[in-house]
Design a protein around this ligand. Structure first.
Ligand SMILES: [Zn+2]
Length: 269
């Protein structure tokens, strides 16, 4: 309840500094029970650090999480073929990508902010699924979850140039947006402190489409375009619904926000 002025129902699922661990633990227990339907899922998360590192986990690995449920392993992706494990990635604007193999029943979850996307975490993750589980791309289905859209994701020129150096299709991922907001032009001082670094009222802003970047990696990894679902809702500008919180957004809330969990798993033990 740390992020909505005490409003009940916020459901922060991340171990953030401002929220109480006991409340987060309770939120996570309730979430796993609600999503898992009482099937005794074991929730596994990782200590995310915007890398391309993916971990394969199995039941009985032990020490996947601490007694209070905090992640032990570092990484930005998880995969398993074990039933009863719920793989989760935490986000508040970064892109959660979930993949299921309909034939082998292997599943994977990835955390793809711009750095992880640049590291090709999803494209390489599919390669790892092929190696580890014998997955075939034609059997894979994927979902790209709620996260910051191109509408709100302004980035610096250095981000674009890094993508241009690595991806032939980088030009399709970036757009230049001219800020014509008349209130901003009239009262620039109002907006000086509220804007993220790299923003300027001079010249165009560069906006990046992380959904398309990750969709493209899935296609390049061999998935059928029709097997990829993009939720397509922006965690920043669609953050509130009817005045109540729907998403947590690191950008829109200047870092003072909770975390959402995107999870995938196969029922049964
Ligand atoms: Zn938006």
């Amino acid at each position: 309840m740390a992020y909505s002025g005490g409003e009940v129902g916020e459901q922060n699922l991340g171990w953030t500094a401002e929220d109480e661990a006991g409340i987060v633990a309770e939120n996570r227990r309730g979430f796993v029970a609600a999503v898992g339907g009482g099937d005794g899922f074991e929730l596994v998360t990782v200590r995310q650090f915007h890398s391309g590192m993916v971990r394969r986990v199995e039941r009985g690995d032990g020490a996947l999480s601490t007694a209070e449920g905090k992640a032990v392993l570092r990484g930005d992706g998880l995969m398993t073929r074990e039933r009863g494990m719920m793989l989760g990635v935490q986000t508040a604007d970064c892109v959660p990508v979930l993949i299921a193999d309909t034939r082998t029943k292997a599943v994977a979850a990835f955390h793809a902010g711009w750095r992880g996307t640049l590291a090709r975490i999803v494209e390489r993750g599919v390669g790892t699924m092929r190696l580890e589980f014998g997955s075939k791309p034609k059997d894979l289905v994927a979902a790209i979850g709620p996260s910051i859209g191109a509408c709100c994701f302004a980035v610096g020129e250095e981000v674009r140039s890094q993508f241009e150096s690595q991806f032939g299709y980088a030009g399709e991922l970036f757009s230049e947006v001219f800020d014509t907001d008349t209130v901003r032009e009239k009262y620039p001082m109002l907006f000086l402190t509220a804007r993220a670094p790299g923003h300027s009222n001079l010249g165009p802003q560069i906006h990046m489409d992380l959904w398309e970047a990750n969709r493209r990696q899935l296609v390049d990894a061999g998935l059928k375009a029709s097997a990829i679902s993009v939720v397509g809702e922006c965690s920043a500008c669609a953050r509130l619904k009817n005045g109540r919180r729907k998403y947590f957004s690191h950008r829109a809330e200047q870092g003072y926000t909770g975390r959402m969990l995107s999870v995938i798993g196969v029922v049964g033990s």
